[in-house]
Design a binder for this molecule. Structure first.
Ligand code: FAD
Length: 487
Protein backbone atom coordinates (compact mmCIF):
# COMPACT_ATOMS: atom_id res chain seq x y z
CA UNK A 1 0.00 0.00 0.00
CA UNK A 2 1.27 3.50 -0.90
CA UNK A 3 2.42 5.49 2.09
CA UNK A 4 0.43 8.62 2.84
CA UNK A 5 2.48 11.81 2.48
CA UNK A 6 2.11 14.32 5.30
CA UNK A 7 2.84 17.82 4.00
CA UNK A 8 3.66 20.80 6.23
CA UNK A 9 2.69 24.43 5.65
CA UNK A 10 5.93 25.00 3.68
CA UNK A 11 5.17 22.08 1.36
CA UNK A 12 1.82 22.93 -0.17
CA UNK A 13 2.59 22.99 -3.90
CA UNK A 14 2.75 20.51 -6.73
CA UNK A 15 6.52 20.17 -6.27
CA UNK A 16 5.80 18.24 -3.03
CA UNK A 17 3.13 16.00 -4.57
CA UNK A 18 4.00 12.75 -6.35
CA UNK A 19 0.38 11.70 -6.90
CA UNK A 20 -0.20 9.42 -3.89
CA UNK A 21 -2.48 9.86 -0.86
CA UNK A 22 -1.80 12.97 1.20
CA UNK A 23 -2.25 14.18 4.77
CA UNK A 24 -2.71 17.81 5.81
CA UNK A 25 -2.94 18.76 9.48
CA UNK A 26 -4.04 22.14 10.78
CA UNK A 27 -2.78 22.14 14.37
CA UNK A 28 -4.09 25.01 16.46
CA UNK A 29 -1.23 24.81 18.96
CA UNK A 30 1.20 26.02 16.25
CA UNK A 31 -0.54 29.41 16.23
CA UNK A 32 -0.67 29.81 19.99
CA UNK A 33 3.01 29.44 20.92
CA UNK A 34 3.89 33.16 20.68
CA UNK A 35 2.15 36.35 19.52
CA UNK A 36 1.70 36.17 15.75
CA UNK A 37 0.72 38.68 13.06
CA UNK A 38 -2.91 38.16 12.20
CA UNK A 39 -2.26 38.36 8.43
CA UNK A 40 0.39 35.64 8.75
CA UNK A 41 -1.91 33.29 10.66
CA UNK A 42 -4.58 33.98 8.05
CA UNK A 43 -2.28 33.16 5.12
CA UNK A 44 -1.11 29.87 6.60
CA UNK A 45 -4.64 28.73 7.48
CA UNK A 46 -5.97 29.85 4.11
CA UNK A 47 -3.16 28.01 2.28
CA UNK A 48 -3.69 24.75 4.22
CA UNK A 49 -7.45 24.82 3.70
CA UNK A 50 -7.21 25.72 0.01
CA UNK A 51 -4.74 22.89 -0.58
CA UNK A 52 -6.98 20.42 1.26
CA UNK A 53 -9.91 21.48 -0.93
CA UNK A 54 -7.82 21.19 -4.13
CA UNK A 55 -6.72 17.67 -3.24
CA UNK A 56 -10.28 16.55 -2.41
CA UNK A 57 -10.58 12.84 -1.67
CA UNK A 58 -6.84 12.31 -2.14
CA UNK A 59 -6.11 14.12 1.14
CA UNK A 60 -6.97 13.38 4.74
CA UNK A 61 -7.49 16.81 6.32
CA UNK A 62 -7.57 17.24 10.10
CA UNK A 63 -8.21 20.33 12.22
CA UNK A 64 -6.85 19.42 15.64
CA UNK A 65 -5.00 20.81 18.64
CA UNK A 66 -1.62 19.09 18.08
CA UNK A 67 0.08 17.14 15.26
CA UNK A 68 0.50 14.19 17.59
CA UNK A 69 -3.33 13.88 17.84
CA UNK A 70 -3.24 12.60 14.23
CA UNK A 71 0.16 11.03 13.61
CA UNK A 72 0.90 9.13 16.82
CA UNK A 73 0.35 5.40 16.65
CA UNK A 74 0.21 5.08 12.87
CA UNK A 75 2.91 3.61 10.64
CA UNK A 76 1.69 4.55 7.15
CA UNK A 77 3.26 8.01 6.82
CA UNK A 78 6.09 9.57 4.87
CA UNK A 79 7.27 13.18 4.82
CA UNK A 80 9.61 15.25 2.71
CA UNK A 81 12.22 16.41 5.22
CA UNK A 82 10.42 19.32 6.90
CA UNK A 83 11.71 22.90 6.94
CA UNK A 84 12.59 23.47 10.62
CA UNK A 85 14.82 21.85 13.24
CA UNK A 86 11.84 21.24 15.54
CA UNK A 87 9.67 19.62 12.83
CA UNK A 88 12.58 17.40 11.76
CA UNK A 89 13.03 16.26 15.36
CA UNK A 90 9.31 15.59 15.63
CA UNK A 91 9.21 13.29 12.59
CA UNK A 92 12.52 11.59 13.38
CA UNK A 93 11.18 10.49 16.76
CA UNK A 94 8.27 8.69 15.12
CA UNK A 95 7.75 5.82 12.72
CA UNK A 96 7.66 8.09 9.67
CA UNK A 97 9.68 7.66 6.46
CA UNK A 98 11.68 10.81 5.66
CA UNK A 99 12.53 11.74 2.05
CA UNK A 100 15.13 14.38 1.02
CA UNK A 101 14.00 18.01 1.22
CA UNK A 102 12.72 19.93 -1.83
CA UNK A 103 11.58 23.44 -2.62
CA UNK A 104 14.91 25.10 -3.45
CA UNK A 105 17.01 25.47 -6.58
CA UNK A 106 19.85 23.41 -5.07
CA UNK A 107 19.78 20.40 -2.76
CA UNK A 108 21.24 20.18 0.74
CA UNK A 109 23.78 17.66 -0.61
CA UNK A 110 24.84 20.16 -3.35
CA UNK A 111 25.48 22.80 -0.69
CA UNK A 112 27.49 20.50 1.58
CA UNK A 113 29.66 19.45 -1.38
CA UNK A 114 30.25 23.11 -2.22
CA UNK A 115 30.95 24.03 1.44
CA UNK A 116 33.44 21.11 1.73
CA UNK A 117 35.21 22.28 -1.41
CA UNK A 118 35.78 25.69 0.22
CA UNK A 119 37.91 24.19 3.02
CA UNK A 120 38.69 26.89 5.58
CA UNK A 121 37.56 29.72 3.29
CA UNK A 122 34.45 31.76 4.17
CA UNK A 123 31.11 30.68 2.74
CA UNK A 124 30.29 33.89 0.89
CA UNK A 125 27.00 34.41 -0.94
CA UNK A 126 28.79 35.69 -4.04
CA UNK A 127 30.88 32.50 -4.38
CA UNK A 128 27.88 30.26 -3.73
CA UNK A 129 25.76 32.15 -6.27
CA UNK A 130 28.38 31.87 -9.01
CA UNK A 131 28.69 28.17 -8.32
CA UNK A 132 24.90 27.75 -8.61
CA UNK A 133 24.85 29.65 -11.91
CA UNK A 134 27.74 27.61 -13.33
CA UNK A 135 26.30 24.26 -12.27
CA UNK A 136 22.71 24.92 -13.34
CA UNK A 137 23.38 26.99 -16.47
CA UNK A 138 20.99 29.71 -15.23
CA UNK A 139 21.78 32.97 -17.07
CA UNK A 140 24.91 31.45 -18.60
CA UNK A 141 26.37 31.52 -22.12
CA UNK A 142 28.54 28.40 -22.04
CA UNK A 143 31.07 28.97 -19.26
CA UNK A 144 30.42 32.73 -19.01
CA UNK A 145 27.69 34.70 -17.26
CA UNK A 146 25.13 36.35 -19.56
CA UNK A 147 26.15 39.91 -20.37
CA UNK A 148 29.73 39.18 -19.29
CA UNK A 149 29.11 40.01 -15.60
CA UNK A 150 27.96 37.96 -12.62
CA UNK A 151 26.52 40.98 -10.97
CA UNK A 152 24.80 44.21 -12.06
CA UNK A 153 24.56 45.77 -8.60
CA UNK A 154 25.99 49.10 -9.84
CA UNK A 155 22.85 49.50 -12.05
CA UNK A 156 20.56 48.45 -9.23
CA UNK A 157 21.03 51.10 -6.58
CA UNK A 158 19.01 53.99 -7.94
CA UNK A 159 17.12 56.31 -5.60
CA UNK A 160 13.40 56.62 -6.38
CA UNK A 161 12.53 58.76 -9.42
CA UNK A 162 12.37 62.44 -8.45
CA UNK A 163 8.92 63.73 -7.46
CA UNK A 164 7.28 60.35 -8.12
CA UNK A 165 4.62 59.27 -5.61
CA UNK A 166 4.70 55.66 -6.84
CA UNK A 167 6.61 53.53 -9.37
CA UNK A 168 3.46 53.02 -11.41
CA UNK A 169 2.05 49.54 -11.77
CA UNK A 170 -0.10 48.34 -8.88
CA UNK A 171 0.43 44.62 -8.28
CA UNK A 172 -2.09 41.87 -8.95
CA UNK A 173 -4.20 41.13 -5.87
CA UNK A 174 -5.93 37.85 -4.98
CA UNK A 175 -9.69 37.70 -4.56
CA UNK A 176 -10.84 36.35 -1.22
CA UNK A 177 -13.35 33.49 -1.10
CA UNK A 178 -15.44 31.54 1.44
CA UNK A 179 -12.30 29.92 2.87
CA UNK A 180 -10.84 33.32 3.76
CA UNK A 181 -14.12 34.40 5.27
CA UNK A 182 -14.14 31.27 7.47
CA UNK A 183 -10.49 31.78 8.45
CA UNK A 184 -11.30 35.29 9.61
CA UNK A 185 -14.21 34.05 11.72
CA UNK A 186 -12.07 31.29 13.25
CA UNK A 187 -9.32 33.76 14.13
CA UNK A 188 -11.85 36.04 15.82
CA UNK A 189 -13.08 33.07 17.80
CA UNK A 190 -9.60 31.82 18.76
CA UNK A 191 -8.63 35.32 19.85
CA UNK A 192 -11.79 35.69 21.95
CA UNK A 193 -11.19 32.36 23.71
CA UNK A 194 -7.53 33.34 24.31
CA UNK A 195 -5.86 30.51 22.38
CA UNK A 196 -3.95 32.92 20.08
CA UNK A 197 -2.41 36.36 20.61
CA UNK A 198 -2.88 38.21 17.33
CA UNK A 199 -1.02 41.40 16.40
CA UNK A 200 -1.74 43.71 13.44
CA UNK A 201 -4.53 43.86 10.87
CA UNK A 202 -5.81 41.17 8.57
CA UNK A 203 -7.30 42.03 5.29
CA UNK A 204 -7.86 42.11 2.50
CA UNK A 205 -5.53 39.17 1.72
CA UNK A 206 -2.63 40.46 -0.38
CA UNK A 207 -0.53 37.34 -1.05
CA UNK A 208 -1.07 34.29 -3.23
CA UNK A 209 -1.71 31.01 -1.42
CA UNK A 210 -2.84 28.64 -4.21
CA UNK A 211 -1.08 27.40 -7.31
CA UNK A 212 -3.45 29.33 -9.59
CA UNK A 213 -3.03 32.55 -7.60
CA UNK A 214 0.74 32.20 -7.46
CA UNK A 215 0.94 31.80 -11.26
CA UNK A 216 -1.18 34.92 -11.79
CA UNK A 217 0.94 36.84 -9.31
CA UNK A 218 4.18 35.69 -10.96
CA UNK A 219 2.99 36.50 -14.50
CA UNK A 220 1.82 39.94 -13.46
CA UNK A 221 5.18 40.65 -11.85
CA UNK A 222 7.11 39.43 -14.90
CA UNK A 223 4.90 41.36 -17.35
CA UNK A 224 4.61 44.70 -15.59
CA UNK A 225 7.06 45.10 -12.73
CA UNK A 226 10.22 43.04 -13.32
CA UNK A 227 11.83 45.75 -15.49
CA UNK A 228 11.72 48.22 -12.59
CA UNK A 229 12.80 45.61 -10.02
CA UNK A 230 16.54 46.00 -10.64
CA UNK A 231 17.03 49.78 -10.70
CA UNK A 232 14.67 50.48 -7.79
CA UNK A 233 15.47 47.41 -5.68
CA UNK A 234 16.83 49.56 -2.83
CA UNK A 235 14.51 52.55 -3.20
CA UNK A 236 11.65 53.50 -0.83
CA UNK A 237 8.58 55.68 -1.44
CA UNK A 238 6.07 56.52 1.28
CA UNK A 239 3.17 56.24 -1.19
CA UNK A 240 4.18 52.87 -2.67
CA UNK A 241 4.42 50.05 -0.14
CA UNK A 242 5.25 47.33 -2.70
CA UNK A 243 7.55 49.29 -5.08
CA UNK A 244 8.59 46.85 -7.87
CA UNK A 245 9.02 43.87 -5.54
CA UNK A 246 7.48 40.58 -6.56
CA UNK A 247 5.47 39.75 -3.39
CA UNK A 248 6.34 36.12 -4.09
CA UNK A 249 8.07 35.24 -0.82
CA UNK A 250 4.76 34.02 0.66
CA UNK A 251 3.88 31.49 -2.08
CA UNK A 252 7.57 30.52 -2.33
CA UNK A 253 7.91 29.88 1.41
CA UNK A 254 4.56 28.06 1.55
CA UNK A 255 6.04 25.74 -1.07
CA UNK A 256 3.26 26.67 -3.50
CA UNK A 257 5.63 28.19 -6.05
CA UNK A 258 8.66 26.29 -7.34
CA UNK A 259 11.71 28.61 -7.19
CA UNK A 260 13.40 26.99 -10.20
CA UNK A 261 10.31 27.65 -12.31
CA UNK A 262 10.27 31.28 -11.14
CA UNK A 263 13.92 31.76 -12.04
CA UNK A 264 13.47 30.06 -15.43
CA UNK A 265 10.42 32.23 -16.23
CA UNK A 266 12.41 35.39 -15.43
CA UNK A 267 15.33 34.21 -17.58
CA UNK A 268 12.93 33.52 -20.44
CA UNK A 269 11.74 37.16 -20.31
CA UNK A 270 15.35 38.29 -20.67
CA UNK A 271 16.03 35.92 -23.59
CA UNK A 272 12.84 37.08 -25.34
CA UNK A 273 13.97 40.71 -24.97
CA UNK A 274 11.12 41.60 -22.63
CA UNK A 275 13.15 42.49 -19.52
CA UNK A 276 16.60 44.04 -19.03
CA UNK A 277 19.45 41.88 -17.76
CA UNK A 278 20.16 44.01 -14.66
CA UNK A 279 16.62 43.41 -13.41
CA UNK A 280 16.54 39.73 -14.33
CA UNK A 281 19.96 39.01 -12.84
CA UNK A 282 19.05 40.96 -9.67
CA UNK A 283 15.88 38.92 -9.28
CA UNK A 284 17.57 35.58 -10.04
CA UNK A 285 20.29 36.43 -7.48
CA UNK A 286 17.62 36.92 -4.77
CA UNK A 287 16.09 33.51 -5.37
CA UNK A 288 18.80 31.14 -6.68
CA UNK A 289 21.40 33.02 -4.60
CA UNK A 290 20.11 34.51 -1.36
CA UNK A 291 17.07 32.29 -0.77
CA UNK A 292 18.97 29.05 -1.29
CA UNK A 293 21.99 30.35 0.61
CA UNK A 294 20.05 31.27 3.80
CA UNK A 295 18.17 27.95 3.67
CA UNK A 296 21.40 25.98 3.52
CA UNK A 297 23.08 28.11 6.20
CA UNK A 298 20.16 27.36 8.53
CA UNK A 299 21.20 23.70 8.55
CA UNK A 300 24.92 24.26 8.13
CA UNK A 301 25.29 26.72 11.04
CA UNK A 302 23.21 24.59 13.40
CA UNK A 303 20.11 25.00 15.52
CA UNK A 304 21.81 27.03 18.24
CA UNK A 305 23.35 29.62 15.87
CA UNK A 306 20.76 32.33 16.82
CA UNK A 307 21.34 31.91 20.56
CA UNK A 308 25.09 31.16 20.48
CA UNK A 309 26.08 34.49 18.97
CA UNK A 310 25.93 38.02 20.34
CA UNK A 311 29.13 39.63 19.08
CA UNK A 312 28.00 43.20 19.79
CA UNK A 313 26.71 42.35 23.24
CA UNK A 314 23.19 43.57 22.43
CA UNK A 315 20.79 42.94 25.30
CA UNK A 316 18.02 45.59 25.10
CA UNK A 317 14.42 44.34 25.04
CA UNK A 318 12.24 45.04 22.00
CA UNK A 319 10.22 48.25 22.51
CA UNK A 320 6.40 48.37 22.68
CA UNK A 321 6.26 49.98 19.21
CA UNK A 322 7.73 46.77 17.74
CA UNK A 323 5.76 44.37 19.92
CA UNK A 324 2.40 46.03 19.26
CA UNK A 325 3.14 47.38 15.75
CA UNK A 326 1.74 50.70 16.88
CA UNK A 327 3.16 53.43 14.59
CA UNK A 328 1.77 56.18 16.81
CA UNK A 329 4.56 55.48 19.29
CA UNK A 330 7.10 56.58 16.64
CA UNK A 331 7.84 60.05 15.27
CA UNK A 332 10.68 59.34 12.78
CA UNK A 333 8.77 59.16 9.50
CA UNK A 334 10.70 56.28 7.88
CA UNK A 335 10.26 54.02 10.90
CA UNK A 336 6.68 55.16 11.47
CA UNK A 337 5.73 54.28 7.87
CA UNK A 338 7.55 50.94 7.95
CA UNK A 339 5.91 49.87 11.22
CA UNK A 340 2.54 51.08 9.90
CA UNK A 341 3.05 48.92 6.78
CA UNK A 342 3.91 46.01 9.07
CA UNK A 343 0.73 46.56 11.03
CA UNK A 344 -1.37 46.61 7.86
CA UNK A 345 0.31 43.87 5.82
CA UNK A 346 2.83 41.96 7.96
CA UNK A 347 5.28 42.73 5.17
CA UNK A 348 7.95 45.29 4.34
CA UNK A 349 10.31 45.25 1.40
CA UNK A 350 13.93 44.27 1.71
CA UNK A 351 15.50 47.66 2.23
CA UNK A 352 12.89 48.61 4.85
CA UNK A 353 13.71 45.34 6.66
CA UNK A 354 17.46 45.84 6.46
CA UNK A 355 18.05 49.60 6.55
CA UNK A 356 15.06 50.82 8.57
CA UNK A 357 13.96 48.05 10.98
CA UNK A 358 17.25 46.13 11.15
CA UNK A 359 19.39 49.28 11.23
CA UNK A 360 17.25 50.69 14.05
CA UNK A 361 17.47 47.46 16.06
CA UNK A 362 21.24 47.31 15.52
CA UNK A 363 21.70 50.91 16.66
CA UNK A 364 19.59 50.29 19.77
CA UNK A 365 21.17 46.98 20.67
CA UNK A 366 18.02 44.82 20.74
CA UNK A 367 18.85 41.27 21.81
CA UNK A 368 19.41 39.44 18.49
CA UNK A 369 17.68 36.14 19.36
CA UNK A 370 14.50 37.98 20.48
CA UNK A 371 14.63 40.11 17.33
CA UNK A 372 14.99 36.94 15.24
CA UNK A 373 11.80 35.54 16.81
CA UNK A 374 10.00 38.85 16.29
CA UNK A 375 10.79 38.78 12.57
CA UNK A 376 9.60 35.15 12.32
CA UNK A 377 6.31 35.94 14.09
CA UNK A 378 5.46 39.33 12.57
CA UNK A 379 6.31 38.79 8.88
CA UNK A 380 3.88 36.99 6.61
CA UNK A 381 6.84 35.27 4.92
CA UNK A 382 8.75 34.62 8.17
CA UNK A 383 9.96 31.06 8.71
CA UNK A 384 12.49 29.64 11.15
CA UNK A 385 14.93 28.85 8.31
CA UNK A 386 14.89 32.21 6.55
CA UNK A 387 15.64 34.35 9.56
CA UNK A 388 18.94 33.40 11.25
CA UNK A 389 21.27 34.29 8.35
CA UNK A 390 19.22 37.40 7.55
CA UNK A 391 18.77 38.72 11.10
CA UNK A 392 21.53 37.28 13.30
CA UNK A 393 24.07 37.35 10.46
CA UNK A 394 23.40 40.03 7.90
CA UNK A 395 21.29 42.56 9.77
CA UNK A 396 22.61 42.44 13.37
CA UNK A 397 26.21 41.26 12.81
CA UNK A 398 25.68 39.17 15.93
CA UNK A 399 27.81 36.34 14.49
CA UNK A 400 30.85 38.64 14.24
CA UNK A 401 31.20 38.21 10.47
CA UNK A 402 30.22 34.69 9.42
CA UNK A 403 27.54 35.96 7.00
CA UNK A 404 28.38 39.64 6.43
CA UNK A 405 31.76 41.36 6.62
CA UNK A 406 30.44 44.42 8.48
CA UNK A 407 27.31 45.65 10.26
CA UNK A 408 24.58 47.19 8.09
CA UNK A 409 24.51 50.42 10.12
CA UNK A 410 23.73 53.73 8.44
CA UNK A 411 22.64 57.22 9.40
CA UNK A 412 19.71 59.27 8.11
CA UNK A 413 21.70 60.38 5.02
CA UNK A 414 21.31 56.91 3.48
CA UNK A 415 17.55 56.89 4.12
CA UNK A 416 17.27 60.44 2.81
CA UNK A 417 19.03 59.52 -0.47
CA UNK A 418 17.10 56.30 -1.03
CA UNK A 419 13.59 57.50 -0.10
CA UNK A 420 11.15 60.41 0.09
CA UNK A 421 10.57 59.88 3.82
CA UNK A 422 12.73 62.68 5.17
CA UNK A 423 10.90 65.58 3.46
CA UNK A 424 7.89 65.17 5.73
CA UNK A 425 9.78 64.12 8.85
CA UNK A 426 10.00 66.27 11.95
CA UNK A 427 13.72 65.36 12.26
CA UNK A 428 16.53 66.44 9.95
CA UNK A 429 18.83 63.69 8.61
CA UNK A 430 21.75 66.15 8.44
CA UNK A 431 21.52 67.03 12.12
CA UNK A 432 22.97 64.92 14.92
CA UNK A 433 22.66 67.21 17.91
CA UNK A 434 19.70 69.22 19.22
CA UNK A 435 15.92 69.10 18.89
CA UNK A 436 15.90 68.25 15.19
CA UNK A 437 18.58 65.57 15.43
CA UNK A 438 17.58 62.58 13.31
CA UNK A 439 17.45 59.51 15.58
CA UNK A 440 19.05 57.43 12.80
CA UNK A 441 21.92 59.89 12.24
CA UNK A 442 22.64 60.44 15.93
CA UNK A 443 21.88 56.78 16.63
CA UNK A 444 24.53 55.74 14.11
CA UNK A 445 27.25 57.61 16.04
CA UNK A 446 25.96 56.36 19.37
CA UNK A 447 26.07 52.81 17.97
CA UNK A 448 29.69 53.21 16.85
CA UNK A 449 30.57 54.67 20.24
CA UNK A 450 29.03 51.68 22.04
CA UNK A 451 30.55 49.01 19.80
CA UNK A 452 33.93 50.63 19.11
CA UNK A 453 35.87 48.06 21.11
CA UNK A 454 34.20 45.09 19.42
CA UNK A 455 34.47 46.50 15.90
CA UNK A 456 38.03 47.80 16.22
CA UNK A 457 39.53 44.70 14.62
CA UNK A 458 37.28 44.90 11.54
CA UNK A 459 39.19 46.45 8.61
CA UNK A 460 35.94 47.60 6.96
CA UNK A 461 35.03 49.59 10.08
CA UNK A 462 38.35 51.44 10.26
CA UNK A 463 37.11 54.53 8.42
CA UNK A 464 33.77 54.94 10.24
CA UNK A 465 35.54 54.51 13.60
CA UNK A 466 38.18 57.08 12.60
CA UNK A 467 35.34 59.48 11.70
CA UNK A 468 33.78 58.82 15.12
CA UNK A 469 37.03 59.75 16.84
CA UNK A 470 37.15 63.03 14.90
CA UNK A 471 33.65 64.10 16.05
CA UNK A 472 33.94 67.22 18.19
CA UNK A 473 30.52 66.63 19.79
CA UNK A 474 30.84 62.86 20.29
CA UNK A 475 30.08 62.89 23.99
CA UNK A 476 27.10 65.22 23.64
CA UNK A 477 25.56 63.09 20.85
CA UNK A 478 26.00 59.89 22.84
CA UNK A 479 24.51 61.50 25.93
CA UNK A 480 21.57 62.89 23.93
CA UNK A 481 20.79 59.44 22.49
CA UNK A 482 21.02 57.83 25.92
CA UNK A 483 18.32 60.19 27.16
CA UNK A 484 16.18 60.37 24.01
CA UNK A 485 12.47 59.89 24.60
CA UNK A 486 10.96 60.88 21.26
CA UNK A 487 11.98 58.78 18.24
P1 FAD B 1 11.59 40.41 -3.88
O1 FAD B 1 12.31 41.64 -3.50
O2 FAD B 1 10.71 40.46 -5.06
O3 FAD B 1 12.69 39.25 -4.08
C1 FAD B 1 12.36 38.04 -4.76
C2 FAD B 1 12.51 36.84 -3.86
O4 FAD B 1 13.86 36.64 -3.51
C3 FAD B 1 11.76 36.90 -2.54
O5 FAD B 1 10.40 36.55 -2.72
C4 FAD B 1 12.53 35.89 -1.70
O6 FAD B 1 12.02 34.61 -1.90
C5 FAD B 1 13.94 35.96 -2.25
N1 FAD B 1 14.85 36.72 -1.37
C6 FAD B 1 15.33 37.95 -1.59
N2 FAD B 1 16.22 38.28 -0.63
C7 FAD B 1 16.27 37.24 0.21
C8 FAD B 1 17.00 36.98 1.41
N3 FAD B 1 17.86 37.88 1.92
N4 FAD B 1 16.76 35.82 2.03
C9 FAD B 1 15.90 34.91 1.53
N5 FAD B 1 15.21 35.09 0.40
C10 FAD B 1 15.40 36.24 -0.25
N6 FAD B 1 12.60 36.76 3.32
C11 FAD B 1 11.63 35.87 3.55
O7 FAD B 1 11.27 35.11 2.65
N7 FAD B 1 11.05 35.77 4.77
C12 FAD B 1 11.40 36.58 5.79
O8 FAD B 1 10.81 36.52 6.85
C13 FAD B 1 12.45 37.51 5.59
N8 FAD B 1 12.87 38.33 6.58
C14 FAD B 1 13.91 39.17 6.39
C15 FAD B 1 14.41 39.91 7.45
C16 FAD B 1 15.50 40.75 7.28
C17 FAD B 1 16.06 41.52 8.45
C18 FAD B 1 16.08 40.86 6.02
C19 FAD B 1 17.25 41.76 5.81
C20 FAD B 1 15.59 40.14 4.95
C21 FAD B 1 14.51 39.28 5.11
N9 FAD B 1 13.98 38.51 4.05
C22 FAD B 1 13.02 37.59 4.29
C23 FAD B 1 14.53 38.64 2.70
C24 FAD B 1 13.75 39.64 1.80
O9 FAD B 1 13.70 40.89 2.43
C25 FAD B 1 12.34 39.14 1.48
O10 FAD B 1 12.42 37.87 0.90
C26 FAD B 1 11.59 40.04 0.51
O11 FAD B 1 11.53 41.35 1.00
C27 FAD B 1 10.20 39.49 0.26
O12 FAD B 1 9.46 40.29 -0.61
P2 FAD B 1 9.30 39.92 -2.14
O13 FAD B 1 8.75 38.56 -2.29
O14 FAD B 1 8.57 41.03 -2.82
O15 FAD B 1 10.80 39.87 -2.61
Amino acid sequence: MARRRWVFAGQLGQQFDDGGPMLIIEAKSVFGRRPIHRAKAHLILSALRHRARELGDRAEFHQVQRYSDVVDGRGDLEVIDPPSWSARRFVQRRDITVLPSRGFVTSEADFERWADSRGARRLLLEDFYRDVRSRTGILMEGQSPSGGNWNFDHDNRRPPPKNAATLGHAPWWPEEDDIDERVRRDLDHWQAEGSVRLVGDDGPRRFAVTDAEARLSLDDFLDYRLSDFGPYEDAMLQGDWTMAHSLLSVPLNLGVLNPREVVDAAEERYRAGHAPLNSVEGFVRQIAGWRDYVWHLYWHLGESYPTDHNHLNATAPLPPAFLTLDPDLITAHCLHETIDGMRRHGWAHHIQRLMVLGNWALQHGYAPAALNDWFVDMFVDGTPWVMPANVIGMSQHADGGIVATKPYAAGGAYISTMSDYCGSCRFNPKVRLGDDACPFTAGYWAFLDRTEGRLAGNARMREPLAALRRLSDREAVVDQERRREEW
